[in-house]
Design a protein around this ligand. Structure first.
Ligand code: SF4
Length: 340
């Protein structure tokens, strides 16, 4: 539960601020000038804040819509992302947000209308549909009971069929989506991992079974679903672990409803990795053999390529390859390792 809400003076009277505050009647409300004075302050303790994050309500003034990194591609020619929310209720050990932000507090930009206007303006420059990814700096659904963002976004995208949205999540907060008819220009994409890995690394996130149940309900209600296996994490028993996992996932879901599947290994920018390792010096994931290349740290190449290949082959045993979007190159020339 949120105990403290900090509100920028300029959005104190925004109708969405009032709605959010009404959903948090017990929270203490403080007025601030700019969210950065709190969020970007030096010498904050991310781990301590993560135990009881505050919520900051602010206005986003610029850069509402940005070009997506190349690995954000699920078949579209034009790919963008937007961040109406910074930070996440979950606490995944591999999450890059803890390396990127000094603060674990949540920032919700309440001027959704400006995000939608900028998406419309971006789309006017294009001749083919654009993809707009939500959930790059947050989880798209986890704060839905307070933010109501996904419901508003879907209502907006319903009126703008040339704009496609991906809501990326691990959350089961799907009630708002199930209350409205599905639209063809949205994909609700769940990040999934084998249960032992989810339990070890994806702290506070719903179990694999709960995520599969949510995906199933969305698919049954006509929503297009996405499966994001990113990051897959190396394990000595990877064949057994991921073999059983993919069987369980594809047995639980109607393949026809699956719009896209993506796959990527554990990787972090080098400076983020240094920060994250300091936050969790005891974490076995960071003790694995790693390699560094082009400013990115990833699991040592033979292990990484073995795992990516194995996962790709298991995925393609269930799904046509025109729905498969690897986030990284998969090198078939590397000698694969077998289960140890
Ligand atoms: S769910 Fe995503 S955004 Fe949230 S902590 Fe995990 S990796 Fe980070």
């Amino acid at each position: 539960m949120i105990e403290s809400v900090y509100v920028e003076a300029e959005v104190m009277d925004h109708p969405r601020t009032r709605e959010v505050l009404a959903r948090l009647p017990r929270a203490t409300v403080h007025t601030i000038e700019r969210y950065g004075e709190l969020f970007n302050r030096k010498r904050q303790n991310f781990r301590l804040q993560k135990q009881q994050p505050a919520l900051i309500l602010a206005r986003k003034h610029a850069n509402h819509v940005l070009a997506a990194p190349p690995e954000y591609n699920i078949g579209g020619q034009h790919n963008f992302y937007f961040s109406h929310l910074l930070n996440c209720v979950y606490d995944c050990r591999y999450c890059f947000l803890q390396g990127m932000f000094r603060s674990a507090n949540y920032v919700l930009f309440v001027n959704y209308e400006d995000f939608f206007e900028r998406i419309a303006a971006t789309q006017r420059e294009l001749t083919t549909p654009g993809w707009y990814f939500s959930g790059y700096d947050c989880d798209s659904l986890a704060l839905e009971p307070w933010s109501g963002f996904a419901v508003e976004a879907i209502n907006w995208f319903r009126q703008h069929p040339d704009c496609h949205i991906e809501l990326r999540t691990k959350s089961t907060q799907i009630r708002g989506l199930l209350k409205q008819p599905a639209i063809d220009n949205a994909v609700v994409a769940f990040s999934l991992a084998p249960d032992p890995i989810a339990r070890a690394l994806e702290h506070k996130a719903p179990s694999l079974q709960k995520r599969l149940d949510a995906l199933r309900q969305l698919a049954d209600a006509g929503w297009r679903i996405g499966l994001r296996f990113d990051p897959v994490i190396w394990a000595e028993n990877h064949e057994q672990l991921y073999g059983d996992f993919f069987t369980a996932v594809f047995n639980a879901l109607p393949v026809d409803a699956v719009h896209s599947v993506s796959l990527g290994g554990f990787r972090l920018p080098t400076d983020f990795m240094k920060t994250v390792t300091k936050l969790h010096p005891e974490e076995p994931l960071f003790a694995m053999p790693m390699s560094t290349s082009d400013g990115m740290v990833s699991v040592e190449s033979q292990r990484e390529q073995t795992l990516l290949r194995y996962c790709r082959d298991r995925i393609l045993a269930h799904l046509p390859d025109d729905r498969f979007y690897p986030c990284q190159a998969i090198d078939d020339s590397v000698e694969p390792l077998k289960d140890g």
